[in-house]
Ligand binder design. Sequence first.
Ligand code: PTR
Ligand code: PTR
Length: 287
Amino acid sequence: QQSMLLLADGLASGALIAQYETLFRKHPDLTSNESLKADNVNKNRYRDILPYDTTRVVLKTVDNGSDYINANFIDMSISNTDVTNRYIATQGPLSTTVEEFWSMVLQEDSNLIVMLTTLIEKGRSKCHKYWPDLDGILTLKDIIVKCVKEEIDQSESFVFRDFVVVDVKDNVSKEIKHMQYVAWPDHGVPDSPVEFLAFTERVRANRAEGSPVVVHCSAGIGRTGVMVLMETALCLMEAGEPVYPLEIVKTMREQRAMMIQNASQYRFVCESVFAAYEDKVNEKAES
Ligand code: PTR
Ligand code: PTR
């Protein structure tokens, strides 16, 4: 595959990183005005990580007068291919935005939440615990969340949970899967491509066709971007399409600013893409 040779060359020569450094982090023409309104500004975990107005998720069901959450739709459907992945990239909920978070999950009919952070890192809160303990219940104003299953992977890097989420007003309930990567600090990269690939494959296996996957870390840009790029690349490979990671980063950053935080994350994900490609080639050779 031509694009994989390019990728390997680019990794070896450093050209890949040089190209990445030239990308815009924030689109110069896109605004984030909603996030700056007086009622909304405190709903952002980080002052400098704000959603574009064009792709933000507009809440319909929260009746406190605001439709705002720090989240963007990321459509990674690729024209003329079978790749139709859709995501919602969002920040780790704050204690004050838990109801909004669950409203969004229900409104957009997502069946899967992917969490790429722990609650606390280096003594600092990275995400509010927006779910109950196993067999417990979290009661919000209009939503009830139950945790019916919790399983720690033998690698101890992942935790998988099942929630039942009840919309009290409409009396409908929905099962939602939760997949948490606990071994991945912010601004950093996972310990190994092997483990990261295994996690991404599990995400692929658990997503429901046509429904967006909600992905968050702490800010919802760095680790979230790495994950979205990786899954998109796997889908392209499966479809026999070329994979151009830089194009994928551009596509993501047109929908949420700053996706993939730094060059080391970009390098890591490119190496993982190449590792996945080699796995695929080896599988073919064996069969
Ligand atoms: N202002 C914060 C900082 O630069 O540390 C924002 C921030 C926090 C950005 C975490 C990215 C972060 O990582 P992630 O998106 O992976 O949670
Ligand atoms: N046949 C297409 C091409 O090479 O242009 C396949 C392709 C399209 C590959 C898009 C990657 C793409 O990435 P993105 O949509 O993220 O720009």
